[in-house]
Design a protein around this ligand. Structure first.
Ligand code: NAD
Ligand code: ZN
Length: 360
């Protein structure tokens, strides 16, 4: 198909306090399968008031997941799936309450509960054979756009790649800005900047179009209000805006494409394990020749919030490491094509990409 044909989230609830409507929202879905829900919750909330407000019923399964040790893996999702099915069969649905990591686990789990074998079999585009079960996402940190995307990114033994298909998209999301209030300032910055970079990259490339620009312009405007203008900062009003910016930034790139920063970021994350949003910030500061306006504004935001980004990381990388990272990045042709046009192969050579890594 020449034109992208994207599935959107079925339903969205938005607003302060909207998380309290969770049980009401899922009640009709309890008619499906065994009537129970699986809650995948970021471990941060284990001893926090939110853990008492999950609205889970007896029979529901609640798993608190530590996402700091490593990003979601295929093995982790397979093990969770096996444990859930062994306990009491196919649940009515899965709820993911957390950041991009937890939401990706919930999305992948929903698919793996109905598809046989290991999730490694389904990493890629449209490899999933059957629809998953109902799944609902509740972001507690905003920026990646995982709440709206059609992919669930998992790291497997061979690759870091998403389970990408129409069935991956959430049936429902609940966007409650109160839930992102506790995000530490550095994470608030890195994840928000992921949205900002999504929009800059979506705009600056051959796949941009009126549809992606409309979402991206709105998201950029919201990012400026949250991170740059006079009233910038982690206020209640700005949290309201950031949640919407994340969603719209995700939609902008869905209808366009990401670019150079994300291509380099995947190399860095895959080989050195650097977290996605942080990696993007580390890289984006060095791309002024490619995204002049965006990087200038980004640097003003870094300065305003006194964020210290590391410098001279590459001095510790030998040629083997550089080659491995550059190979991952090189193998994302659609991003280079979007950023540099149809002659991208003449620009984005292995040498060029290695030199981009040397800037870090
Ligand atoms: P995350 O989910 O990894 O969480 C980051 C940190 O914030 C963790 O320590 C977590 O415990 C903490 N946290 C979450 N909510 C909090 C809150 N309300 N208060 C305090 N702390 C809180 O962060 P992320 O950046 O949203 O997600 C990164 C992951 O998302 C990566 O695994 C990446 O691969 C994935 N990703 C997915 C997509 C997609 O489209 N599916 C897009 C980009 C990135
Ligand atoms: Zn991103």
């Amino acid at each position: 198909m020449t034109h992208k044909n994207f599935k959107n989230i079925d339903k969205v609830t938005y607003g302060r306090g909207s998380f309290s409507q969770l049980s009401e929202t899922i009640e009709p879905v309890r008619k499906e399968n065994n009537g129970d829900f699986v809650f995948i919750v970021d471990n941060y909330f284990k001893d926090k008031p939110l853990s008492k407000k999950l609205q889970n019923k007896p029979g529901d399964l609640v798993y608190f997941i530590d996402v700091d040790a490593y990003e979601p893996t295929t093995e982790q999702v397979d093990n969770l799936r096996d444990a859930i099915l062994a306990k009491n069969g196919l649940p009515s649905g899965v709820i993911g309450i957390g950041g991009g990591s937890v939401m990706d686990i919930a999305k992948a789990l929903s698919l793996m509960l109905t598809n046989e074998g290991s999730s490694t079999l389904y990493q890629g585009l449209n490899l999933v054979k059957k629809a998953g079960i109902y799944h609902l996402g509740v972001p507690t940190i905003s920026g990646t756009g995982a709440e709206v995307s059609m992919t669930a990114v998992l790291t497997g033994p061979e690759k870091k790649l998403g389970l990408k298909c129409d069935w991956t998209v959430f049936n429902q999301v609940i966007l409650d800005p109160e839930l992102i209030e506790s995000v530490p300032v550095d994470w608030w910055f890195y994840t928000g900047m992921d949205t900002y970079i999504h929009c800059i990259e979506s705009h600056n490339g051959i796949r941009n179009n009126a549809f992606s620009l409309a979402y991206g312009d709105q998201a950029l405007q919201l990012c400026r209000e949250v991170y740059l203008n006079e009233d910038a900062g982690q206020t209640a009003e700005n949290n309201d805006k950031l949640m919407v910016a994340s969603l719209m930034g995700g939609l902008s790139l869905t209808y366009s494409e990401v670019g150079v920063c994300h291509a380099i970021s995947y190399g860095l994350s895959k080989i050195l394990g650097t977290r996605h949003c942080y990696a993007n910030c580390v890289i984006f500061q060095h791309l002024e020749d490619i995204y002049p306006q965006g990087v200038k504004e980004f640097k003003a935001m870094v300065k305003k919030h006194k964020i210290a980004l590391p410098q001279n990381l590459s001095k510790n990388w030998d040629d083997e490491t550089l080659t491995k990272m550059a190979t991952v990045s090189f193998n994302l042709p659609f991003m280079w094509n979007h950023a540099f046009g149809d002659k991208y192969q003449e620009i984005a050579t292995m040498d060029y990409i290695k030199n981009l890594f040397r800037r870090l």
